[in-house]
Design a protein around this ligand. Structure first.
Ligand SMILES: *Cc1c(COP(=O)(O)O)cnc(C)c1O
Length: 386
Protein backbone atom coordinates (compact mmCIF):
# COMPACT_ATOMS: atom_id res chain seq x y z
CA UNK A 1 0.00 0.00 0.00
CA UNK A 2 1.20 3.55 -0.68
CA UNK A 3 2.09 5.82 2.25
CA UNK A 4 -1.01 7.53 3.60
CA UNK A 5 -1.56 11.21 2.84
CA UNK A 6 -3.43 12.80 5.71
CA UNK A 7 -5.43 15.73 4.42
CA UNK A 8 -7.66 17.81 6.69
CA UNK A 9 -11.10 16.42 5.96
CA UNK A 10 -14.47 18.18 5.86
CA UNK A 11 -18.06 17.15 5.14
CA UNK A 12 -18.80 20.16 2.93
CA UNK A 13 -17.10 23.17 1.38
CA UNK A 14 -19.17 25.35 3.73
CA UNK A 15 -17.41 23.56 6.60
CA UNK A 16 -14.02 24.41 5.06
CA UNK A 17 -15.10 28.06 5.00
CA UNK A 18 -16.42 28.00 8.58
CA UNK A 19 -13.33 26.32 9.97
CA UNK A 20 -10.49 27.93 7.97
CA UNK A 21 -12.00 31.23 6.75
CA UNK A 22 -9.30 30.97 4.11
CA UNK A 23 -7.88 34.15 2.58
CA UNK A 24 -5.81 31.85 0.33
CA UNK A 25 -7.06 29.43 -2.36
CA UNK A 26 -7.91 25.90 -1.21
CA UNK A 27 -8.05 22.82 -3.43
CA UNK A 28 -10.99 20.72 -2.19
CA UNK A 29 -10.27 17.18 -3.38
CA UNK A 30 -13.16 14.74 -3.90
CA UNK A 31 -11.41 11.45 -3.24
CA UNK A 32 -14.56 9.34 -3.63
CA UNK A 33 -15.22 10.98 -7.01
CA UNK A 34 -11.64 10.32 -8.16
CA UNK A 35 -12.02 6.65 -7.21
CA UNK A 36 -15.44 6.40 -8.84
CA UNK A 37 -14.12 7.85 -12.08
CA UNK A 38 -11.02 5.59 -11.99
CA UNK A 39 -13.22 2.53 -11.51
CA UNK A 40 -15.42 3.71 -14.37
CA UNK A 41 -12.40 3.79 -16.71
CA UNK A 42 -11.06 0.47 -15.41
CA UNK A 43 -14.45 -1.26 -15.73
CA UNK A 44 -15.42 0.17 -19.11
CA UNK A 45 -12.34 0.96 -21.18
CA UNK A 46 -11.64 -2.23 -23.17
CA UNK A 47 -7.92 -2.28 -22.35
CA UNK A 48 -5.20 -1.01 -20.01
CA UNK A 49 -5.73 2.36 -18.33
CA UNK A 50 -2.71 4.58 -17.66
CA UNK A 51 -3.08 7.84 -15.77
CA UNK A 52 -1.34 10.90 -17.31
CA UNK A 53 0.44 12.21 -14.22
CA UNK A 54 1.03 15.74 -15.57
CA UNK A 55 -2.69 16.43 -15.26
CA UNK A 56 -2.61 16.35 -11.45
CA UNK A 57 0.41 14.88 -9.67
CA UNK A 58 -0.75 15.53 -6.09
CA UNK A 59 0.04 12.48 -3.95
CA UNK A 60 -3.50 12.29 -2.59
CA UNK A 61 -4.75 12.10 -6.20
CA UNK A 62 -2.22 9.39 -7.08
CA UNK A 63 -3.25 7.48 -3.95
CA UNK A 64 -6.95 7.68 -4.72
CA UNK A 65 -6.39 6.39 -8.26
CA UNK A 66 -4.08 3.65 -7.02
CA UNK A 67 -6.56 2.56 -4.36
CA UNK A 68 -9.23 2.35 -7.06
CA UNK A 69 -6.98 0.00 -9.03
CA UNK A 70 -4.92 2.17 -11.41
CA UNK A 71 -1.46 0.59 -11.67
CA UNK A 72 -0.06 2.22 -14.81
CA UNK A 73 1.17 5.80 -14.98
CA UNK A 74 2.02 7.90 -18.04
CA UNK A 75 5.01 10.00 -17.03
CA UNK A 76 6.78 12.63 -19.12
CA UNK A 77 9.83 13.59 -17.05
CA UNK A 78 12.30 11.98 -14.69
CA UNK A 79 10.71 13.98 -11.86
CA UNK A 80 7.32 12.39 -12.60
CA UNK A 81 8.86 8.93 -12.86
CA UNK A 82 10.59 9.42 -9.49
CA UNK A 83 7.42 10.77 -7.87
CA UNK A 84 5.35 7.78 -8.92
CA UNK A 85 7.97 5.08 -8.34
CA UNK A 86 9.05 6.40 -4.92
CA UNK A 87 5.48 6.82 -3.72
CA UNK A 88 3.85 3.83 -5.41
CA UNK A 89 6.63 1.23 -5.66
CA UNK A 90 4.28 -1.39 -7.12
CA UNK A 91 3.12 0.86 -9.96
CA UNK A 92 4.47 0.82 -13.53
CA UNK A 93 5.71 3.99 -15.20
CA UNK A 94 5.70 4.52 -18.94
CA UNK A 95 8.04 7.22 -20.25
CA UNK A 96 5.73 8.83 -22.82
CA UNK A 97 7.61 12.00 -23.77
CA UNK A 98 9.00 11.64 -27.31
CA UNK A 99 12.07 13.80 -26.44
CA UNK A 100 14.05 12.63 -23.40
CA UNK A 101 17.39 13.71 -21.95
CA UNK A 102 19.92 10.83 -21.97
CA UNK A 103 20.37 11.13 -18.21
CA UNK A 104 16.62 10.81 -17.71
CA UNK A 105 16.46 7.65 -19.84
CA UNK A 106 19.41 6.19 -17.93
CA UNK A 107 17.99 6.91 -14.49
CA UNK A 108 14.45 5.88 -15.45
CA UNK A 109 15.82 2.60 -16.77
CA UNK A 110 18.52 1.78 -14.20
CA UNK A 111 17.03 3.22 -11.01
CA UNK A 112 13.29 3.00 -11.60
CA UNK A 113 13.04 -0.01 -13.92
CA UNK A 114 11.09 1.81 -16.63
CA UNK A 115 10.86 -0.29 -19.77
CA UNK A 116 8.23 1.44 -21.93
CA UNK A 117 9.31 4.44 -24.02
CA UNK A 118 7.75 6.57 -26.74
CA UNK A 119 9.65 8.02 -29.71
CA UNK A 120 8.75 9.89 -32.87
CA UNK A 121 12.21 10.09 -34.49
CA UNK A 122 14.99 7.60 -35.20
CA UNK A 123 17.57 9.65 -33.31
CA UNK A 124 15.53 9.12 -30.15
CA UNK A 125 15.65 5.37 -30.82
CA UNK A 126 19.46 5.61 -31.11
CA UNK A 127 19.56 7.37 -27.73
CA UNK A 128 17.52 4.64 -26.05
CA UNK A 129 19.71 1.93 -27.60
CA UNK A 130 22.91 3.75 -26.52
CA UNK A 131 21.75 4.32 -22.98
CA UNK A 132 19.89 1.09 -22.18
CA UNK A 133 21.81 -1.35 -24.38
CA UNK A 134 18.87 -2.07 -26.67
CA UNK A 135 15.81 -4.32 -26.91
CA UNK A 136 15.57 -7.32 -24.62
CA UNK A 137 12.06 -7.12 -23.18
CA UNK A 138 11.79 -3.36 -23.45
CA UNK A 139 9.02 -1.67 -25.40
CA UNK A 140 9.29 1.27 -27.77
CA UNK A 141 6.10 2.85 -29.07
CA UNK A 142 6.09 5.10 -32.12
CA UNK A 143 3.94 8.18 -31.73
CA UNK A 144 2.12 9.07 -34.93
CA UNK A 145 0.14 12.08 -36.11
CA UNK A 146 -3.56 11.37 -36.63
CA UNK A 147 -6.47 13.42 -38.04
CA UNK A 148 -7.84 16.03 -35.61
CA UNK A 149 -11.54 16.41 -34.80
CA UNK A 150 -13.08 18.91 -32.42
CA UNK A 151 -10.37 18.83 -29.76
CA UNK A 152 -9.85 21.93 -27.65
CA UNK A 153 -6.09 21.50 -27.73
CA UNK A 154 -4.19 20.20 -30.73
CA UNK A 155 -1.19 18.08 -29.67
CA UNK A 156 0.12 16.98 -33.05
CA UNK A 157 2.00 20.14 -34.07
CA UNK A 158 4.77 19.36 -31.70
CA UNK A 159 4.99 15.57 -31.57
CA UNK A 160 4.31 12.62 -33.80
CA UNK A 161 5.76 11.17 -37.01
CA UNK A 162 3.64 11.16 -40.16
CA UNK A 163 1.78 7.98 -41.07
CA UNK A 164 3.93 7.94 -44.20
CA UNK A 165 7.26 7.83 -42.36
CA UNK A 166 6.12 5.78 -39.36
CA UNK A 167 6.39 2.27 -40.92
CA UNK A 168 10.16 2.68 -41.51
CA UNK A 169 10.65 3.79 -37.90
CA UNK A 170 8.56 0.89 -36.61
CA UNK A 171 10.78 -1.44 -38.63
CA UNK A 172 13.88 0.04 -37.00
CA UNK A 173 12.36 -0.45 -33.55
CA UNK A 174 11.65 -4.08 -34.40
CA UNK A 175 15.11 -4.57 -35.88
CA UNK A 176 16.63 -3.24 -32.63
CA UNK A 177 14.84 -6.11 -30.81
CA UNK A 178 12.32 -4.01 -28.90
CA UNK A 179 8.70 -4.99 -28.56
CA UNK A 180 6.85 -2.47 -30.71
CA UNK A 181 3.83 -0.26 -30.26
CA UNK A 182 1.99 2.59 -31.92
CA UNK A 183 0.69 5.57 -29.94
CA UNK A 184 -1.22 8.74 -30.75
CA UNK A 185 -3.01 11.59 -28.99
CA UNK A 186 -6.14 13.01 -30.60
CA UNK A 187 -5.83 16.32 -28.68
CA UNK A 188 -7.15 17.27 -25.27
CA UNK A 189 -10.88 17.71 -24.53
CA UNK A 190 -11.78 15.83 -27.72
CA UNK A 191 -15.49 16.14 -28.41
CA UNK A 192 -15.80 13.54 -31.15
CA UNK A 193 -15.26 9.77 -30.63
CA UNK A 194 -14.57 9.49 -34.37
CA UNK A 195 -11.15 11.05 -33.71
CA UNK A 196 -10.16 7.86 -31.87
CA UNK A 197 -11.56 5.67 -34.65
CA UNK A 198 -9.58 7.62 -37.27
CA UNK A 199 -6.52 7.42 -35.02
CA UNK A 200 -6.83 3.65 -34.72
CA UNK A 201 -7.37 3.26 -38.45
CA UNK A 202 -4.30 5.39 -39.19
CA UNK A 203 -2.32 3.25 -36.72
CA UNK A 204 -3.58 0.08 -38.44
CA UNK A 205 -2.45 1.39 -41.84
CA UNK A 206 0.98 2.11 -40.38
CA UNK A 207 1.16 -1.35 -38.81
CA UNK A 208 0.13 -3.04 -42.04
CA UNK A 209 2.68 -1.08 -44.04
CA UNK A 210 5.43 -1.88 -41.53
CA UNK A 211 4.69 -5.60 -41.57
CA UNK A 212 6.22 -6.22 -38.13
CA UNK A 213 4.51 -7.71 -35.06
CA UNK A 214 3.01 -4.95 -32.90
CA UNK A 215 2.40 -5.56 -29.19
CA UNK A 216 0.82 -2.27 -28.07
CA UNK A 217 -1.78 0.11 -29.45
CA UNK A 218 -2.03 3.23 -27.30
CA UNK A 219 -4.93 5.58 -28.05
CA UNK A 220 -3.64 8.27 -25.67
CA UNK A 221 -5.67 10.80 -23.70
CA UNK A 222 -8.14 13.41 -24.83
CA UNK A 223 -11.24 12.00 -23.13
CA UNK A 224 -13.40 15.03 -22.34
CA UNK A 225 -14.65 16.44 -19.06
CA UNK A 226 -17.83 18.46 -18.56
CA UNK A 227 -17.58 22.24 -18.61
CA UNK A 228 -20.18 24.97 -18.75
CA UNK A 229 -21.78 25.14 -22.25
CA UNK A 230 -19.70 22.12 -23.25
CA UNK A 231 -21.40 18.73 -23.11
CA UNK A 232 -19.43 16.21 -25.15
CA UNK A 233 -20.73 12.65 -25.71
CA UNK A 234 -20.62 10.21 -22.75
CA UNK A 235 -17.31 8.42 -22.23
CA UNK A 236 -19.10 5.17 -23.02
CA UNK A 237 -19.54 6.33 -26.63
CA UNK A 238 -15.75 6.76 -26.88
CA UNK A 239 -15.06 3.35 -25.35
CA UNK A 240 -17.53 1.64 -27.67
CA UNK A 241 -16.10 3.34 -30.75
CA UNK A 242 -12.56 2.42 -29.71
CA UNK A 243 -13.51 -1.16 -28.97
CA UNK A 244 -15.29 -1.57 -32.30
CA UNK A 245 -12.33 -0.21 -34.28
CA UNK A 246 -9.84 -2.32 -32.32
CA UNK A 247 -11.96 -5.48 -32.47
CA UNK A 248 -12.42 -5.27 -36.25
CA UNK A 249 -8.69 -5.02 -36.80
CA UNK A 250 -6.49 -7.95 -37.69
CA UNK A 251 -3.98 -7.20 -34.96
CA UNK A 252 -2.27 -9.98 -33.06
CA UNK A 253 -4.45 -11.52 -30.38
CA UNK A 254 -1.95 -10.48 -27.71
CA UNK A 255 -1.78 -6.82 -28.79
CA UNK A 256 -2.44 -4.70 -25.69
CA UNK A 257 -4.86 -1.79 -26.10
CA UNK A 258 -4.01 1.13 -23.82
CA UNK A 259 -5.28 4.64 -23.05
CA UNK A 260 -3.74 7.56 -21.16
CA UNK A 261 -6.53 9.70 -19.71
CA UNK A 262 -5.71 12.80 -17.70
CA UNK A 263 -8.52 15.34 -17.81
CA UNK A 264 -11.36 12.82 -18.25
CA UNK A 265 -10.18 10.94 -15.18
CA UNK A 266 -9.54 13.74 -12.67
CA UNK A 267 -11.27 16.99 -13.72
CA UNK A 268 -14.32 16.33 -11.54
CA UNK A 269 -12.21 15.25 -8.55
CA UNK A 270 -11.45 18.72 -7.19
CA UNK A 271 -13.06 22.09 -6.66
CA UNK A 272 -11.20 25.30 -5.97
CA UNK A 273 -12.24 27.56 -3.12
CA UNK A 274 -11.24 31.18 -3.67
CA UNK A 275 -12.06 34.44 -1.88
CA UNK A 276 -13.22 37.77 -3.24
CA UNK A 277 -10.67 40.42 -2.28
CA UNK A 278 -12.41 43.45 -3.79
CA UNK A 279 -15.55 44.30 -5.75
CA UNK A 280 -15.54 47.19 -8.25
CA UNK A 281 -18.92 47.47 -9.98
CA UNK A 282 -19.35 44.17 -11.83
CA UNK A 283 -15.77 43.09 -11.33
CA UNK A 284 -14.60 40.68 -8.65
CA UNK A 285 -10.90 40.46 -7.78
CA UNK A 286 -10.12 37.00 -6.44
CA UNK A 287 -7.01 35.34 -5.00
CA UNK A 288 -6.37 32.81 -7.81
CA UNK A 289 -6.11 33.34 -11.55
CA UNK A 290 -4.68 32.42 -14.91
CA UNK A 291 -1.08 32.23 -13.64
CA UNK A 292 -2.11 29.77 -10.93
CA UNK A 293 -5.01 27.28 -11.00
CA UNK A 294 -7.16 28.84 -13.71
CA UNK A 295 -4.86 28.96 -16.76
CA UNK A 296 -7.21 26.76 -18.77
CA UNK A 297 -9.94 29.40 -18.70
CA UNK A 298 -7.56 31.31 -20.96
CA UNK A 299 -5.64 28.67 -22.94
CA UNK A 300 -8.60 26.34 -23.50
CA UNK A 301 -11.47 28.81 -23.01
CA UNK A 302 -12.88 26.41 -20.41
CA UNK A 303 -15.97 27.76 -18.67
CA UNK A 304 -16.09 26.55 -15.09
CA UNK A 305 -19.14 26.18 -12.84
CA UNK A 306 -19.03 28.50 -9.83
CA UNK A 307 -21.12 29.23 -6.74
CA UNK A 308 -20.94 31.85 -4.01
CA UNK A 309 -20.49 30.83 -0.37
CA UNK A 310 -20.83 32.93 2.75
CA UNK A 311 -22.35 31.17 5.76
CA UNK A 312 -22.26 34.44 7.74
CA UNK A 313 -24.93 36.25 5.77
CA UNK A 314 -28.12 35.92 3.77
CA UNK A 315 -27.28 35.77 0.03
CA UNK A 316 -29.64 37.30 -2.53
CA UNK A 317 -31.52 35.10 -4.99
CA UNK A 318 -30.87 37.62 -7.76
CA UNK A 319 -28.01 36.72 -10.10
CA UNK A 320 -25.79 38.65 -12.50
CA UNK A 321 -22.60 38.17 -14.51
CA UNK A 322 -19.31 39.21 -12.95
CA UNK A 323 -15.94 39.65 -14.61
CA UNK A 324 -13.36 37.72 -12.60
CA UNK A 325 -9.86 39.11 -12.15
CA UNK A 326 -6.89 37.17 -10.79
CA UNK A 327 -4.37 38.38 -8.21
CA UNK A 328 -1.29 39.10 -10.35
CA UNK A 329 -0.42 42.50 -11.77
CA UNK A 330 -0.70 41.34 -15.37
CA UNK A 331 -3.51 42.41 -17.69
CA UNK A 332 -3.68 38.84 -18.98
CA UNK A 333 -4.97 37.75 -15.57
CA UNK A 334 -8.67 38.30 -16.34
CA UNK A 335 -10.90 35.28 -16.96
CA UNK A 336 -12.35 35.43 -20.49
CA UNK A 337 -15.80 34.17 -19.37
CA UNK A 338 -17.85 35.77 -16.59
CA UNK A 339 -19.16 33.92 -13.53
CA UNK A 340 -22.92 34.04 -12.94
CA UNK A 341 -23.24 34.73 -9.21
CA UNK A 342 -25.58 36.33 -6.67
CA UNK A 343 -25.78 40.06 -7.35
CA UNK A 344 -24.64 41.03 -3.83
CA UNK A 345 -21.27 39.21 -4.09
CA UNK A 346 -18.66 41.24 -2.25
CA UNK A 347 -15.31 41.33 -0.50
CA UNK A 348 -14.86 38.45 1.92
CA UNK A 349 -17.27 36.08 0.15
CA UNK A 350 -15.95 32.81 -1.13
CA UNK A 351 -16.45 31.26 -4.58
CA UNK A 352 -16.29 27.52 -5.12
CA UNK A 353 -15.13 26.75 -8.67
CA UNK A 354 -15.90 23.27 -10.03
CA UNK A 355 -14.17 20.89 -12.48
CA UNK A 356 -10.71 22.06 -11.40
CA UNK A 357 -9.06 18.67 -10.90
CA UNK A 358 -7.20 18.81 -14.23
CA UNK A 359 -4.33 21.15 -15.15
CA UNK A 360 -4.95 23.42 -12.15
CA UNK A 361 -2.33 22.88 -9.44
CA UNK A 362 -0.10 21.12 -11.97
CA UNK A 363 0.02 24.19 -14.22
CA UNK A 364 0.32 26.90 -11.54
CA UNK A 365 3.32 29.23 -11.57
CA UNK A 366 4.77 31.25 -8.69
CA UNK A 367 4.41 34.53 -10.57
CA UNK A 368 4.03 37.58 -8.31
CA UNK A 369 4.38 35.40 -5.21
CA UNK A 370 0.97 33.79 -5.57
CA UNK A 371 1.13 30.01 -5.32
CA UNK A 372 -1.83 28.01 -3.97
CA UNK A 373 -0.68 24.97 -2.01
CA UNK A 374 -3.43 24.10 0.45
CA UNK A 375 -5.27 20.83 -0.16
CA UNK A 376 -8.17 19.46 1.86
CA UNK A 377 -10.55 16.54 1.37
CA UNK A 378 -14.27 17.27 1.08
CA UNK A 379 -16.94 14.54 1.25
CA UNK A 380 -19.73 16.44 -0.51
CA UNK A 381 -20.30 15.66 -4.22
CA UNK A 382 -18.28 17.60 -6.80
CA UNK A 383 -19.58 20.85 -8.32
CA UNK A 384 -20.67 20.00 -11.86
CA UNK A 385 -21.75 22.36 -14.66
CA UNK A 386 -25.46 23.13 -14.86
C1 LIG B 1 -1.24 15.35 -21.79
C2 LIG B 1 -1.14 13.95 -22.28
C3 LIG B 1 -2.11 13.01 -21.91
C4 LIG B 1 -3.36 13.37 -21.15
O1 LIG B 1 -4.21 14.11 -21.97
P1 LIG B 1 -5.71 14.47 -21.52
O2 LIG B 1 -6.22 15.28 -22.65
O3 LIG B 1 -5.61 15.24 -20.24
O4 LIG B 1 -6.43 13.20 -21.34
C5 LIG B 1 -1.93 11.70 -22.30
N1 LIG B 1 -0.85 11.34 -23.03
C6 LIG B 1 0.11 12.22 -23.41
C7 LIG B 1 1.27 11.73 -24.19
C8 LIG B 1 -0.01 13.55 -23.05
O5 LIG B 1 0.91 14.43 -23.46
Amino acid sequence: MPAKINLPSFATTEDVVKELKPGYPVYCLRLAELKRQARYFLDNFPGRVMYAVKCNPHLAVLNALYEAGIRHFDTASLAEVALVREHLPQADCYFMHPVKPRAAIMTAHQVYGVDHYVIDHEKELDKIVDVTGGGDGKVVLVRIVTPVHEAQYQLSDKFGISAEDAPALLNKVHAAHFQTGVAFHVGSQCRNPQAFVDGINTALDVIEAAGVPVHYLDVGGGFPALYQDDSPPELEAYFEAIYAAFDQSRLRRDCVLMCEPGRGLVASGCTLLVQVQLRKDDKLYINDGVYQSLSETLTGKMKLPARLINPKREITAEYQDFTILGPTCDNLDILPSPFHLPADADEGDWIEIGQTGAYSNSAATRFNGFFPKTFVAVDAPPLLPR
